[in-house]
Write a protein that binds this ligand. Structure first.
Ligand SMILES: CCNc1ncnc2c1ncn2[C@@H]1O[C@H](/C=C/CNC(=O)c2cc(-c3ccc(F)cc3)cc(O)c2O)[C@@H](O)[C@H]1O
Ligand SMILES: [Mg+2]
Length: 214
């Protein structure tokens, strides 16, 4: 049977990227998506904004919602200081399998814990299962109608502390109107918009950075 797009993306990484070199993995995926097949990775333009926010926060504990093929997982993990940890949640077994291989090819498996499961099931278990008190940085890039309920769930589970940074992809395209209204109007967040473009296209998209005020 015909291979899937994530399988072809992984093949491109294993063919063109140097094992243990995260930047070459990032470049191989961006080349594949720009010249072969579009895929919903954050991409190089928004990815540079993600890099700058991660570098500014310099987080010890990171949560990513929606691993997909692991592109943003690699972008974030490559910037983390020694001892820092990234937990990424992915409930599609096929995508999780591809992402695991991409993360291993980048040589970042020691910094990343990929959990195969749904955010709503695992957010409430972060403390007892992973010994996580609070997260320093959260990247939201899963189903767009889940950004808001999962943010409220993280608040209710006490996983956000004064200063935790939430960074949300696709706030324009496909768009997350309910989430945007919440973080921009809530007195518990200081929010700002980074205008950019939808990955590998000229369409407008952007990232919303929201700092939890406690
Ligand atoms: C049920 C909620 N909980 C979840 N828990 C764990 N993993 C989850 C969850 N939801 C979704 N996922 C996973 O996250 C990923 C989903 C991402 C959804 N992203 C998009 O739809 C998206 C879509 C576009 C896009 C933009 C313009 C288009 F014309 C077409 C597509 C661009 C993007 O950057 C996107 O992120 C998948 O790997 C999915 O299996
Ligand atoms: Mg996205």
């Amino acid at each position: 049977t015909r291979s899937t797009r994530p399988q072809r993306l992984l093949k491109a990484v294993q063919k063109h990227a140097t094992r243990g070199d995260p930047q070459s993995v990032i470049s191989a995926i961006d080349h594949f998506c720009r010249h072969s097949e579009w895929a919903m990775n954050i991409g190089d333009e928004k990815g540079s904004i993600l890099d700058s926010v991660v570098s500014e926060v310099n987080p010890e504990k990171v949560l990513e919602l929606g691993t997909y093929c692991g592109y943003s997982t690699v972008r974030i993990a490559r910037l983390l200081p020694p001892g820092a940890r990234l937990i990424t949640l992915e409930f599609n077994a096929d995508y999780a399998a591809i992402a695991r291989q991409v993360i291993i090819w980048a040589g970042l498996e020691d910094k990343v814990q990929l959990v195969e499961g749904a955010s709503e099931d695992w957010i409430p278990r972060m403390k007892e299962h992973f010994g996580i008190e609070t997260f320093d940085f959260v990247f939201l890039d899963h189903w767009k109608d889940r950004y808001l309920p999962d943010t409220k769930l993280m608040e209710d589970c006490g996983l956000l502390r004064k200063g935790t940074v939430l960074l949300a992809d696709n706030v324009i395209c496909p768009g997350v109107p309910d989430y945007l209204a919440y973080v921009r109007n809530s007195l518990s967040y200081k929010s700002c918009y980074f205008k950019s473009h939808l990955e590998y296209t000229k369409a407008e998209d952007g990232l919303e950075k929201s700092v939890f005020l406690g």
